[in-house]
Design a protein around this ligand. Sequence first.
Ligand code: NAP
Length: 282
Amino acid sequence: MRARLAGEIEAFTKRFGIAPSLSVVLVGEDPASVTYVGAKEKASREAGMISEAVRLPATSSKDRVITAVESLNRDPARQGILVQLPLPRHIDPDVVVQAIDPTKDVDGLHPYNLGLLLAGRPRFAPATPSGIQQLLIEENVETSGAHVVICGRSNIVGRPLAAILLGRGKGANSTVTVCHTGTRDLKVITRSADILVAAAGQPDLIRGDMIRPGAVVIDVGVNRINDPGRKSGFRLVGDVKFDEAVDVASLITPVPGGVGPMTIAMLLRNTLVAALASRAGK
Ligand SMILES: NC(=O)c1ccc[n+]([C@@H]2O[C@H](COP(=O)([O-])OP(=O)(O)OC[C@H]3O[C@@H](n4cnc5c(N)ncnc54)[C@H](OP(=O)(O)O)[C@@H]3O)[C@@H](O)[C@H]2O)c1
């Protein structure tokens, strides 16, 4: 997908004399966020985009962060903007996300874009759920009529994924159940899934006996667990106990390496869409 996008980005750059641009605002130095921002910068550069990270100290005020976002909003050379979450605890992420110009909100988290998605007219669908849909399409997984169970109801993953899969058309038309911490009998529900998506941020939440034999399992979780055997002192695991699930599922995404890279690819696609829209009619 990134190779395909690189071709389209090259065509854009030839036509308009400037490459599409992605700006990422990073507040503080949360190690996972620093890694994600680095990966986004690298992937966008490799695809031929202009990429910049606006790095602000963890002590920045909400107003300072909003000022940075507004300055990117005003700059016509910046077509894609995202604010890396989570923000430091003293800053309300909703307020900051709402400050992003919805036409540049390539993470698709502005309420206007979430509203369009819910109305079945997505402009920028959030990158992680879009990537999950794309994975299902590319792997020829039948979603129409399938029972999809999503563990997690966040605005970044669970809710928008439910909206996407409830839509009509290719890679959608599913029957969707969304689970959360108030869900009773999680195992009974997960075992009824044709497609099970774990997006709870809980290591090993999904055990092998919670999966219907032959189901497709998408593991969104990225959890750091201590591993003194590694130089870094930690390793990444998903929300699914992979060793057990791999014997039961027909298809399963690994962590790391599954949903994460797809998320980045979809972010690049959203940025290209924003850049094309900004040029429309020019
Ligand atoms: N690979 C990627 O590109 C990517 C992108 C985004 C996120 N992630 C990862 O995906 C995971 C989820 O991220 P998020 O931002 O959506 O997290 P979040 O905002 O913390 O939401 C977690 C959701 O899971 C639910 N949940 C937690 N424990 C549960 C349990 N025992 N049973 C059922 N539901 C449970 C929570 O329920 P309540 O609402 O009731 O609290 C909540 O809705 C994290 O590990 C994150 O790192 C990966």
